[in-house]
Design a protein around this ligand. Structure first.
Ligand SMILES: Cc1cc2nc3c(=O)[nH]c(=O)nc-3n(C[C@H](O)[C@H](O)[C@H](O)COP(=O)(O)OP(=O)(O)OC[C@H]3O[C@@H](n4cnc5c(N)ncnc54)[C@H](O)[C@@H]3O)c2cc1C
Length: 312
């Protein structure tokens, strides 16, 4: 069972990543959707059945967990996105069902009658590998962007829809008052394919504009180090790292970021890392695929200009 997240009634990328993983593992999957049904092409991606629930993803997590528990019964594996929402929900499901939970998986394969699961530990210093018999009930959360999307929207038949009308109003002291959109209209950081991040060296909030300009040309979104967030240059929602978001984009451009272990923990699984730093000894260069030694205030606008010329 894949418990999906939606945004504006569209399935999020993380749901397609989970569906693609099931296809690669050759295991059939059903999809659970909270609230309004996504458009048919979003659902025609290879799932056998769609289960709908009466409330949206924004319902209190305690209620979602309580309402999902009965549904989990016939399934061996329940997959969720490794987003804040998915990790929170998965932990609640584990606590209430005692089903083992594997959070933040970055790789899953099939070995004879077992699943081989990989997840980073200790801020990415080591990778833990688990081999679990396929018949064992499990909960998985998948790190966003760590799994490629191989299924195509609208490529399969529309699966049957099963409406779950019961909703468990679990005892909770949480109450959703209202939902406010964040400052950014860009893709969520943990799902973005290209991220340009800035550090303390940006010096103020206004200077982040040079990163946004580059992001506009590349169709990217902007992240920040904790030092930049603590200094008030960027909101916490933009923080990448151990105490921020974990990202795995195709391209990560670190501008004026030293490469502290806690920052690397959040971005080192990026496919290609580019670092721009004035200090040739900065630790970020050890992780970077491409490094530019120089002043970001000179290099970033030049890069933006060059890319604009190429795109025009
Ligand atoms: C428990 C804990 C959790 C943490 N969690 C996180 C986390 O989630 N995310 C995170 O990022 N950090 C986290 N940190 C903080 C982390 O240890 C670092 O302090 C932080 O990442 C440093 O941010 P920075 O690279 O922007 O700043 P600095 O370390 O100050 O680095 C600035 C870099 O900019 C370069 N520079 C300066 N001027 C220029 C210029 N003009 N052009 C180009 N380069 C320039 C410098 O050479 C330097 O390398 C955590 C720390 C702790 C203890």
């Amino acid at each position: 069972l894949i418990v999906t997240e939606t945004k504006d009634t569209q399935l999020k990328k993380t749901a397609l990543e989970a569906i693609s993983l099931c296809a690669q593992l050759e295991i059939p999957c059903d999809v659970a959707v909270m609230g309004a049904l996504p458009p048919p092409e979003d659902l025609s991606v290879g799932a056998e059945q769609v289960l709908t629930f009466p409330k949206e993803n924004s319902a209190p997590p305690a209620e979602i967990a309580a309402s999902l528990i009965q549904t989990l019964e016939p399934y061996t594996v329940c997959l969720l996105a490794g987003s804040f929402w998915g990790k929170d929900l998965a932990a609640r499901l584990m606590a209430q069902t005692q089903i083992p939970l594997f959070q933040d998986l970055v790789h899953v394969s099939r070995e004879a009658n077992a699943f081989r699961l990989k997840k980073p530990l200790y801020a990415g210093k080591v990778t833990a590998v688990f081999e679990i018999p396929m018949h064992q009930k499990m909960l998985w959360t998948l790190r966003p962007n760590a799994f490629s999307i191989t299924c195509q929207k609208g490529s399969g038949p529309m699966p049957p829809i099963q409406k779950r009308t019961s909703w468990v109003p679990a005892p909770t002291r949480e109450q959703l008052i209202k939902t406010e959109a964040g400052e950014s209209t860009r893709p969520d950081l943990s799902e973005a394919s290209i991220i340009i991040s800035g550090g303390r060296s940006l010096k103020n909030r206004e200077n982040f504009k040079i990163l946004w300009d580059l992001a506009d040309v590349l169709g990217a979104t902007v992240g920040a180090s904790r030092a930049a967030v603590d200094a008030g240059y960027a909101p916490h929602a933009m923080q990448v790292g151990q105490t921020g978001k974990t990202v795995s984009p195709t391209l990560y451009i670190a501008c004026g970021i030293s490469g502290a272990i806690q920052h690397l923990a959040g971005m080192k699984t990026s496919k290609t890392i580019v670092a721009i730093n004035s200090d040739p000894e900065a630790p970020i260069f050890k992780k970077a695929d491409y490094g530019v030694v120089g002043d970001l205030f000179e290099i970033v606008p030049k890069l933006t200009q060059k890319l604009r010329e190429l795109h025009s």
